[in-house]
Ligand binder design. Structure first.
Ligand code: 13P
Length: 280
């Protein structure tokens, strides 16, 4: 199938009361493991890349690979730039063929976040591209205060104003998660999530999926989270699987053989996360 817009997959997820996973990938194999699993499970998926991983693979190459693999399957696949830091990087992704964007200027003050996000939305909407924004900065999991300090969480009134003034199609919110490996157990502010969900009418996104207890994630899916971003766990798993396969010594010492041997364990890992968020 041709690529879908992320927002259309999110609206479908919302109707189904389910959550789609936005996976950050970084090369051909890491994209293929995810799209193949999505097809086997018939669970829609959003493929994403961090701008920082452009040193590994140009955005246009990542887009071409994802488009080609999506064309060969029936399940809906979207392609989104994750954490676009500014207008220029988003435009680079537009030229590269991305069909959905995230602009993340959440570290800036409210007015500047509104201004830069609205500018991206205006241009992208003119091109038929949907945009995810972020309000209430989702920080780094190695700094406990980034996720445990409720002062930084998204406020209901701010979310309403931000959506109205920027025109974003989906919104990433801060309710107690952060990116990377948590240094203590996170506790999601589900009451706040419920309030934001009741007050707004666009799909809500949760970043920092790795390491959040499953019961909390499932509760969040029931309260309006339609997209869960997942990166660190996938990257760690690919390293661990490769290490284990090498240490077992059963494969020929060739990178090509290692990548082939990683196929099944990586797909099984992806399957577990997809099924948790999109139960049959
Ligand atoms: P994790 O790396 O914690 O899974 O977070 C991913 C993320 O939110 C990407 O936008």
């Amino acid at each position: 199938m041709a690529l879908e817009r992320a927002v259309d997959i999110l609206k479908y997820a919302d109707e189904q009361k389910k959550c789609v996973i936005g996976f950050d990938a970084f090369d051909y194999n890491s994209v293929k493991w995810i799209i193949d699993t999505a097809e086997e499970e018939q669970i829609p998926v959003i493929m994403m890349i961090y701008p920082g991983d452009r040193t590994l693979i140009p955005l246009s190459t990542f887009a071409a690979i994802t488009k080609d693999l999506a064309k060969k399957v029936k399940v809906p696949v979207a392609l989104m730039l994750d954490h676009g830091p500014n207008f220029d990087t988003v435009m680079e992704a537009v030229r590269g063929g991305f069909t959905s964007m995230m602009i993340d200027t959440s570290h800036l003050d409210f007015e500047e976040n509104v201004r830069q996000t609205a500018e991206v939305v205006k241009t992208c909407h003119g091109l038929g591209i949907d945009v995810e924004g972020e309000l209430g900065h989702v920080g780094i999991a190695s700094r406990e205060s980034d996720y445990a300090d409720a002062d930084g969480y998204t406020k209901v009134a701010d979310a309403l104003e931000f959506i109205e003034r920027t025109g974003v199609d989906s919104l990433a919110i801060a309710i107690g998660t952060a990116h990377g490996a948590y240094v203590s157990k996170p506790h999601l502010d589900l009451t706040r999530l419920d309030e934001i969900n009741r007050a707004t009418d666009i799909p809500l996104v949760l970043h920092g999926g790795t390491g959040v207890p499953e019961d909390q994630l499932k509760a969040a899916f029931g309260l309006g989270i339609n997209k869960l971003n997942y990166a660190t766990g996938y990257k760690l798993k690919s390293f661990d699987v490769a290490k284990e396969l090498v240490e077992r010594g059963e494969i020929r010492p060739r990178l090509s053989d290692l990548l082939m041997a990683m196929n099944q364990p990586m797909k099984d890992f992806v399957r577990g996360i997809m099924r948790m968020a999109w139960p049959k």
